[in-house]
Design a protein. Structure first.
Length: 562
């Protein structure tokens, strides 16, 4: 079967068959993709004006990426006016729980107007003001993070603009003096919040920070410590980190370790060893140990990291248990195969086989771990991996698919040159679990399976989409012979599951600018939700492909600003 690339007319004809009115409220990411596509297709002023009108909506995280470059074509005064009137000045990107400055939409706003001192000051004054809902609380939890986000963005822009200028470091102190006056004039005592202006304060040193800010809050401490170290003041950075609470102190030291080498790295590691745990709970203890192990690896102290790993117990804070540290150690050894001695590898296997690694943690790391272990192992360990360890690890996965272990071994064999090693496993029923392992998806694509077994590849892709996973490259690499099977396989899904699968397929096709695959998704869509999800992606791809007029008509028909 030959599929023609999707056209605007085809999408419009399908949309015309729907009885329901177009949705006006849907995933903000789609709206931002569309406006970015319009902008890149040449409609710069129109896209910018439309985005300005969108500022009253709750922006998706994509706004931080595309918003600044689109709005930059408009006069700063026009953009500032819309921002000051937008309730999103007080909003955050990641729902109701985020209190970190990176979550604040206000930080993106500040970055857009940062080149204009008056506009930046006006935005800072607005961020200091209390939103209506905040006036009911004596200490609004999100307000400090909003202020920090604005100051951090303004300071970073000043530092960049004055890099190498005669009034360096970082543009002098005039902006700091100006912002200090704005902070002092707020209805609350906000002078200490100047510490968020890390890019300007770091080169001035900790004594200047103390003189200007009096104190540094935990969420402002790590960025400021990094800027102190970048200015050649590592001792002052460590002193500042030592003043912070345990979680922030650990975070600051981890960030300092990223750029430290030699004696400086040893100083940071020594400081971390003295850093207290957050509390006496097992989870807090294990987070500290995991971070210590990571720091030891950065200094190539593998045996010490293995000692830390061996002493860990299970941890219910995602990403900080012994399983993730075991995988970090294996990745470290994979880059230095001469250091991957059998005793070291067997020490990692022993931990993966232990009760310290809970099933959900084991499921998250075992595929990639088996690939690396099989690659680095000597013949005796390799035999154990495919025999006794495969059995014990599979049993320890409990309610997770035991195929993870065999798939890891099979993927290792593919990597070693046996491209068909996974074929038998993937040709069987029940392969939706594949999409939960990105390492395995990449191996399947590299094995050439889509070309050798097109029907199996198509069935695998649909099974993963049906399970809500991401088949990624497997779908993008599907040849024509495999794509021919997609419509029939999608048609076999129950209606509610078909919506999820078709929407996922459209997302992959849209990201790949694949109009042929979008056409398959549209043909498989059986209700208004799925049709419009495909149509919104099609509008973006059509615009990028050069058909902006057709893309506009599609966008208007599915409720997006045309």
């Amino acid at each position: 079967m030959i599929f023609e690339p999707l056209t605007a007319d085809t999408v419009l004809r399908t949309l015309a068959t729907l009885d329901e009115e177009p949705q006006r409220h849907f995933d903000g990411e789609d709206r931002l993709r569309w406006l970015a596509a319009r902008f890149d297709a040449g409609d710069r002023a129109g896209a910018a004006a439309a985005l300005l009108g969108e500022l009253a909506r709750n922006p998706a995280p994509r706004f931080a990426v595309d918003g600044p470059r689109i709005l930059a074509v408009l006069p700063t005064a026009t953009v500032l006016e819309a921002m000051l009137e937008s309730p999103q000045l007080y909003a955050r990107y990641r729902g109701q729980l985020g209190e970190h400055p990176d979550d604040a939409v206000a930080g993106t706003f500040a970055g857009i107007v940062a080149g204009d001192p008056d506009a930046g000051d006006a935005l800072l004054r607005a961020a200091l003001a209390l939103a209506e809902h905040e006036r009911q609380h004596p200490a609004p939890a999100y307000r400090p993070s909003r202020i920090s986000a604005v100051l951090a963005a303004l300071a970073a822009a000043e530092a960049t603009a004055h890099a190498g200028a005669p009034d360096a470091p970082a543009g002098g102190t005039e902006p700091l003096d100006r912002w200090a006056k704005v902070l002092a004039g707020s209805e609350r005592d906000d002078r200490h919040r100047l510490s968020a202006a890390a890019a300007l304060l770091g080169p001035l040193g900790l004594a200047e920070v103390d003189a200007r800010c009096a104190r540094v809050e935990d969420h402002d401490g790590p960025p400021l410590a990094v800027e102190l170290a970048a200015a050649g003041r590592l001792g002052e950075a460590l002193e500042l980190a030592a003043r912070l609470g345990p979680w922030a102190r650990q975070g600051a030291l981890l960030r300092l370790a990223e750029g430290a080498t030699g004696a400086d790295a040893a100083r940071v590691l020594a400081a971390f060893r003295k850093c207290p745990k957050a509390d006496r709970s097992r989870d807090a203890q294990m987070v500290w140990r995991h971070r210590l192990g990571s720091l030891l690896l950065r200094g190539d102290r593998v045996d010490e990291a293995l000692d830390v790993l061996a002493g860990m117990k299970d941890c219910r804070i995602v990403g900080h248990g012994p399983g993730p540290l075991a995988l970090e150690i294996l990745r470290h050894l994979a880059e230095r195969p001469q250091e991957a001695t059998p005793p070291r590898l067997r020490a990692v296997v022993a931990v993966l086989n232990s009760p310290a690694v809970i099933p959900q943690e084991l499921a998250a790391v075992v595929v990639e771990a088996m690939i690396i272990l099989h690659r680095l192992a000597d013949p005796p360990l390799r035999a154990d991996l495919t025999g006794v360890h495969a059995a014990t690890l599979g049993a320890r996965l409990r309610w997770y698919p035991a195929q993870y272990v065999a798939a890891g071994v099979g993927a290792a064999l593919v990597e070693a040159g046996d491209l068909c090693a996974l074929d038998g496993m993937l040709a069987g029923p029940g392969t939706e679990w594949v999409g939960r392992n990105r390492a395995l998806v990449g191996v399947i694509a590299a094995s050439g399976l889509p070309q050798r077994l097109p029907e199996v590849a198509a069935r695998l892709a649909v099974a993963v989409l049906d399970a809500g996973g991401d088949p990624g490259e497997v779908v993008r690499l599907l040849p024509a012979a495999a794509r021919a099977h997609l419509p029939g396989l999608l048609a076999q899904l129950p209606p509610d599951r078909a919506v999820r699968a078709v929407t996922g397929l459209a997302a992959i096709a849209g990201d790949a600018d694949d109009l042929e695959l979008l056409g398959i998704a549209l043909a498989a869509a059986r209700d208004a939700t799925a049709v419009r999800a495909v149509a919104r992606r099609a509008a973006v791809v059509l615009a990028r492909a050069g058909d902006l007029p057709g893309a506009r008509r599609v966008a208007a028909a599915c409720g997006m600003p045309a």
